[in-house]
Design a protein around this ligand. Sequence first.
Ligand code: BES
Ligand code: MN
Ligand code: ZN
Length: 493
Amino acid sequence: MSQTISIRTAPFAGAAAPLTIIYAAEDAAPAGAAAAIWAATGLDWVETAAAAAFKGKQGQALDVMGKGGRRLLVLGSGKPVADAPLNGWTDRGGSLMHKLAATRAGSVSVILDEAGASAAAIAELAAGLRLRHYKFDKYKSARSDDAPAALAVTLHVADPAAAETAIADRNATVEGTLLARDLVNEPANILGPVEFAARAAQLSDLGVEVEILEPEALEKLGMGSLLCVAQGSDRPARLVIMHWRGGDVGAAPLAFVGKGVVFDTGGISIKPAANMEDMKGDMGGAAAVTGLMHTLAARKAPVNAVGVIGLVENMPSGGSVRPGDIVKAMSGTTIEVINTDAEGRLVLADALWYTQDRFKPRFMINLATLTGAIIVALGHEHAGLFSNNDELSIQLLNAGLNANEKLWRMPLAPAYDKMIESKFADIRNSVGRPAGSITAAQFLQRFVNNVPWAHLDIAGTAFGAGTSEVNTSWAPGFGVALLDRLVRDYYQG
Ligand code: BES
Ligand code: MN
Ligand code: ZN
């Protein structure tokens, strides 16, 4: 069982937990409320800091054991920066969680009275604490671990009421990110298309309308592209539509579409064995969309939004789609399946068409762990952004910087589009190695009409990107904070 965490706020008076955290800036003594707490140790600041080689740099810590079993931890906050970005506070929360975990404390008071600790900053710090606290350890047999079962954090702040409001609002986004992490981390034997759809259906508790389409309905809609991917699996496909109506009645919704391949063996064009286990994360796009819908509903976002996820499993079997097979998408476009491992675009072709056709959205953004080639291009630092719309692209790039889930724009062009022409059908699903991420994006664009559209290739960022200050899990939940930021900053007004 994972440790539980609770975070509350209180005024400065009466910090009495067995462990107290104060901050000191670079080359400066603790100030304000922290100064009084330090003074109670009876120690000389300059001498003690020098003896501990503590300079107040970000990441440094000075641990003091006091009388009566009280413990004081002084953390460096670095150089004060005017207009420091808010996501610096998220990282600070993550770093604090790391230090806290090492103390094995069950109850802690954190003194946050420095300049710049606005309600929004404190909410980021609280978010960082929770994001770093997350562990996916449900399949680990219980070990004797000296960490307490519960961790209670009290943030001592100037204006607790304002901080509480900001923390609750920001926590809606954290919950969405953690939901996305849980979904991506879950193995495919537990989370098939049917089980994933059931998890999405739970969003109805928050007021999201959830529809689940089964293969017969998808057949009737003409989704031959999506369905051909699922045909080799014993587990049937699902298309899930999540509808949040928080905006004006009848106003066009924002649309988010996700690739949900619960496991990608490659199908008949089977993948090599090395690292194939990672392909349980090939539903990272669908997980981000589901997490985002959770977030929008949990914070009662004043917008209309739809999330559409295509859930399939890509397996080799006697019933699998073959290289050379020609399938017909809902749009009427015929597709020659050259490589059954280029399955994500086949799923998205129908999910995108269906979404724009039914909802006439204000914009349509899809997320997909689509190509290994995007990892070759951008590594794990940026997700690839492809779009037919400059304004939407700039908004997304900004949201990515602010949420610290960064994007890098890649090109679309007629010359790349030509590359996906097929000898036998309208288009083919796989070309050669050159521009692999771009030709995949061009394929998707064939199923997008005049709506502002963006495709985020998150193959390098949805899992296995390494740990960060706010995440130690395999799956960071990439995309939820980014898209929530986009909605908050540009579409709520
Ligand atoms: N799910 C993979 C892409 C992927 C690879 C995601 C590594 C995360 C990590 C996708 O379905 C795929 O197999 N793409 C192929 C396309 C090719 C056959 C045109 C690829 O990238 O090799
Ligand atoms: Mn594949
Ligand atoms: Zn895939």
